[in-house]
Design a protein around this ligand. Structure first.
Ligand SMILES: [Zn+2]
Length: 442
């Protein structure tokens, strides 16, 4: 259906009517040597809020770096608009407000002067790679208001609803021998990397002249591991780990909606998940000793679990980070339990060693430093899920996890959804556990 036709629809919607997800067409030209990116972006956005919108709000993460984001032009339906750019918030006021169901076409031209990444920021360039994460302006979700939280010192602040992506990447110097890791499988022809990704939270890519790669397929998902010279052994080992994790989680939670997953080594201090791609710290590769219980294996499993708890089942990462982080952490324990029943030290290695304290439902603004935050949200979160499992029993617990993953796939889950779906499965009273782990009882 065309945008023009859609805009004539009445504001009420018939039962079963599904609005179009936002659609992004991104044409990006990367100068790998100078670390600049020139982008043509088109967004097709249907107003599915049920309200007339006098403005649209986009998250522009590159603008958090001084001098990085340079906007050349922005139009809505071909018309100039009033814009206000403050920090990472871009307010766009179309010439006429968007009525319910109307489709607007935003066209943006801009360039990025990429920052030097450090061990705590993955965006930008380092001496090994160029990482494009949260690199394009994107319309933020709307829930009675625009959902754009400020950054914090810990955790992730962005909230993503599913969108469709059509991305082409080209390089200023076509003679450069560069490999690209991305959120989706590539169609490469004539120096153009073309990607199509549907119903994804975001699209990221990482380019390097130093990547080596290994590939396998598991449960219909193409896995590619990108690593650097001298890291072939851990780079290939991680492929086997992720393959096993996908098999385990597909059986426990249901199939991953992604056709591919890229695993990317990076001089970053930790692992970091995106849809269809995650980064793993170079330190983990260097410290890998071939054992089963180490950071390379454990964090690779954690980031793989985020393909379900973040990629498929979304959440407000700023205000309810436990919904993805507690589940991703507990999924690590399930990985060991199902694949290595003799390796029983996971709880000691990952959780007990930190004697975790704090409320599971801590948000990223009240988390303190990373250790305190992770202890509360990730580790107490894992303890909560283990306690919940003990209270309701294995059969109910695993049926609930699958149910929650299925019912909330492609949506943004809240704590209310979590406990509502749990109560559909069992009448068992869990008030004691809730009081023990949560500030707010749902
Ligand atoms: Zn995580």
């Amino acid at each position: 259906m065309t945008g023009a036709t859609r805009s004539l629809l009445p504001s009420f919607t018939p039962t079963g009517y599904v609005p179009l997800p936002p659609s992004y067409t991104l044409q990006a030209r990367l100068d790998y040597i100078l670390h600049t990116l020139v982008v043509n972006e088109t967004i097709s956005y249907q107003n599915a809020t049920g309200q007339t919108l006098s403005d649209l709000v986009l998250a522009v993460e590159p603008n958090l770096w001084a001098g990085c984001f340079n906007l050349d032009s922005l139009t809505v339906d071909g018309q100039d608009v009033i814009i206000l750019l403050n920090s990472d918030r871009l307010d766009v006021q179309p010439a006429t407000p968007l009525v319910p169901d109307q489709v607007a076409y935003l066209q943006l031209r801009y360039s990025l002067d990429l920052p030097a990444a450090d061990s705590h920021h993955i965006f930008g360039y380092n001496n090994l790679q160029v990482n494009l994460v949260d690199w394009f302006p994107s319309i933020v979700p709307y829930s009675g208001g625009w959902l754009l939280h400020p950054p914090a010192n810990v955790g992730e602040h962005l909230v993503y609803d599913p969108a469709n992506f059509d991305v082409t990447v080209t390089f200023t110097d076509p003679a450069l021998s560069v490999a690209v890791a991305a959120s989706a499988p590539v169609a490469l022809a004539g120096g153009i990397w073309h990607y199509v990704l549907s119903n994804a939270r975001t699209f990221v890519f990482s380019a390097s002249t130093g990547y080596q790669s290994s590939l396998t397929t598991t449960n219909g998902v193409i896995l590619t591991s990108y690593y650097f010279t001298n890291d072939k052994t851990p780079g290939q080992a991680v492929l086997g780990v992720v393959s096993k994790a996908i098999t385990t989680f597909a059986s426990l939670f249901g199939m991953t909606p992604r056709r591919s997953l890229s695993i990317v080594e990076s001089p970053f201090y930790d692992g970091l998940e995106y849809d269809g791609l995650f980064f793993l710290s170079r330190d983990f590769y260097k410290e890998d000793d071939g054992t089963v219980l180490n950071d390379l294996v454990d964090i690779a499993v954690h980031e793989t679990a985020h393909q379900w708890w973040f990629g498929s089942v979304g959440n407000d990462q700023a205000l309810e980070p436990w919904l993805d982080e507690a589940l991703a952490t507990y999924s690590e324990s399930l990985f060991y339990e199902k694949n290595y029943p003799d390796v029983t030290a996971w709880w000691a290695f990952r959780v007990d060693a930190y004697t975790p304290a704090g409320w599971v439902d801590t948000n990223i603004y009240h988390g303190g430093d990373f250790r305190t935050y992770a202890n509360a949200v990730y580790l107490r979160g894992a303890q909560f899920l283990q306690a919940l499992r003990g209270q309701v029993g294995d059969e109910v617990f695993f049926a609930f996890l699958k149910d929650y993953a299925t019912q909330m796939a492609g949506k943004r889950a809240t704590a209310d959804d979590f406990f509502r779906i749990l109560r559909q499965r069992t009448p068992v009273d869990i008030t004691d556990i809730q009081h023990h782990f949560f500030q707010r009882i749902h």
